[in-house]
Design a protein around this ligand. Structure first.
Ligand code: BES
Ligand code: MN
Ligand code: ZN
Length: 504
């Protein structure tokens, strides 16, 4: 999709479709009023007649507005003006994109980014318009024989901004939005691919391709390398599978070599059956999404590379399957991690933390300025926070605050849970240095406690994306979260360093 920033009033636009908002009840936005006046009261006439009253979700497509250079106008109901929240704004953008995609206009000039959203700048509204439009039109039909395609899909979106002087900022926002969207799309594609296609080897190939395209260095470690490094925890999970495990290590270098990198560590379980502690059959298919943390690392690296962000990033992805097998982990087995600490595997379904523990230890060699791991780690997190927020836990409060700020800025929300020392005792066992599960209470936190024991040597934060990485039911599919959050985190770090938003 092509996005262009422009200023100027709607009655002057040569466009296939101009999009303006109408609030409940029958209250025209400023731009709708301008069209109304220039067309001799056409819109107010329709509103008076009751064709639309601006309720949330309503749309009215009007062809042939008299005296206007555009071909149609789309009125979008925005609901009550004082209830017009961030979420409403995003839903409005998505609605416009979907309607336009089906109505035969391949181009639109949208005034929606001019609608007032409390506390949000023009640049924010433009960036989110780009991301939300791309997200709304995303489809995953590469595995369908006859994918349904719109007859004349939307190809070009002109985003209006209030003043000429807003255009430069809007153009930067479009570039940011497009980069995030590209990362999100990659993450969704990888997440949506089934376990028989998206194997550890497939993820490694994707990483290599990304490296090729953007000039990142990519290294893939196999079983023997892992054995040499003593990655007994990662290897123990992989042992139950026919698919060989891969540790994918990527480096994006946007800053000087002496700048310590941010390390992103993504859980890459390409299918989680639970292993010997096998999961119930219902919805087990969704465990193909258990590599969404890994996919978000690839997506974020793509976005960073697209924007040429002046920052160094290391991406570390432990990838394997969790399957039941004669050679698989058994409850009670004790394995030795790369850190030297021993782990009693009381539940083979708590596999994510096992593979991440070795990946975290591996991250030490980059002497990172911060490490963020991203993982679909616990069902408990879905119970605690639902699909709205990712769970955030950290051993360094300023890092947690940085990520929370990025989450707010990107509207890819996260919520912090405590990581108090007192929870650590839930991992005690008589037989090893720690157990891999901590009982029913505070399952998301004890999973993070486990990881924290492998993150003592650096500033570390953990994002539990079990509730946010994919949707179930009719809307089943990967969301691409938390790529917007992570990309914003990197952008903000650059801003701090250079004192300005880096130019794309
Ligand atoms: N990948 C799952 C977590 C998960 C479950 C995410 C359901 C989204 C929906 C993870 O490997 C797992 O199985 N965790 C267990 C941990 C338990 C055994 C302590 C869980 O959450 O049940
Ligand atoms: Mn599991
Ligand atoms: Zn898992």
């Amino acid at each position: 999709m092509e996005f262009i920033a422009k200023s100027g009033s709607p009655e002057k636009q040569r466009s296939a479709c101009v999009v303006v908002g109408v609030y409940d009840s029958r209250k025209m936005s400023g731009r709708a009023k301008q069209i109304d006046q220039a067309s001799g009261g056409m819109i107010s006439g329709l509103l008076r007649r009751g064709d639309m009253d601006g309720k949330w979700g309503q749309t009215l497509l009007i062809p042939n507005v008299p005296n206007m250079p555009f071909e149609r106008v789309l009125l979008i109901g925005c609901g009550k003006e004082r209830e017009f929240s961030e979420q409403r704004y995003l839903d409005t953008i998505a609605k416009a994109a979907r309607v336009l995609n089906e109505t035969g206009s391949t181009e639109m000039t949208s005034y929606l980014a001019e609608l007032e959203v409390k506390g949000r700048s023009n640049a924010w509204k433009v960036r989110q318009a780009v991301i939300t439009t791309e997200t709304a039109l995303y489809r995953f039909d590469q595995l369908k024989s006859n994918p349904k395609q719109p007859r004349r899909p939307l190809r070009r979106v002109v985003l209006a901004v209030p003043k000429r002087s807003d255009i430069a900022g809007a153009e930067q926002a479009i570039a940011d939005g497009k980069a995030v969207s590209a990362g999100v799309a990659l993450t969704r594609d990888l997440g949506n691919l089934p376990g028989n296609i998206c194997t550890p080897q497939y993820l490694a190939d994707q990483a290599a391709q990304l490296g090729e395209h953007y000039g990142l260095s990519v290294m893939v470690l196999g079983i023997e390398d892992m054995e040499q490094l003593g990655m007994g925890a990662l290897l123990s999970v992989a042992r139950g599978s026919r698919q060989p495990p891969k540790l994918i290590v990527m480096q994006y270098r946007g800053a000087d070599d002496d700048q310590a990198p941010v390390a992103l560590v993504g859980k890459g379980i390409t299918f989680d059956s639970g292993g010997i502690s096998i999961k119930p059959a219902a919805q087990m298919d969704e465990m193909k999404f258990d590599m969404c943390g890994a996919a978000s690392v690839l997506g974020t690296l793509k976005a960073a590379a697209e924007l040429k962000l002046p920052v160094n990033v290391a991406g570390i992805i432990p990838a394997c399957e969790n399957m039941p097998d004669g050679n698989a982990n058994k409850p009670g087995d004790i394995v030795k991690s790369m850190s030297g600490q021993s782990i009693e595997v009381l539940n083979t379904d708590a596999e994510g933390r096992l593979i991440l523990s070795d990946a975290l230890t591996y991250a030490e060699r980059f002497k990172p300025s911060a490490v963020v791991d991203i993982a679909t780690l616990t069902g408990a997190c879905v119970i605690a926070l639902g699909k709205q927020a990712s769970g955030l836990m950290s051993n360094h409060e300023p890092l947690a605050r940085e990520l929370l700020a990025a989450a707010r800025e990107s509207y890819d929300r996260a919520w912090q849970l405590p990581l108090w020392e007192e929870y650590q005792t839930q991992l005690d066992t008589n037989f090893a240095d720690m157990a891999n599960v901590g009982g029913r209470e505070a399952g998301t936190i004890t999973a993070a406690c486990f990881l924290s024991r492998f993150a003592r040597k650096f500033k570390w934060a953990h994002l539990d994306i079990a509730g946010t990485a994919w949707a179930g039911g009719k809307e089943k599919g990967a969301t691409g979260r938390p790529v917007p959050l992570l990309t914003q985190f990197l952008i903000s770090r650059c801003r701090e360093k250079t004192g300005q938003r880096p130019s794309a």
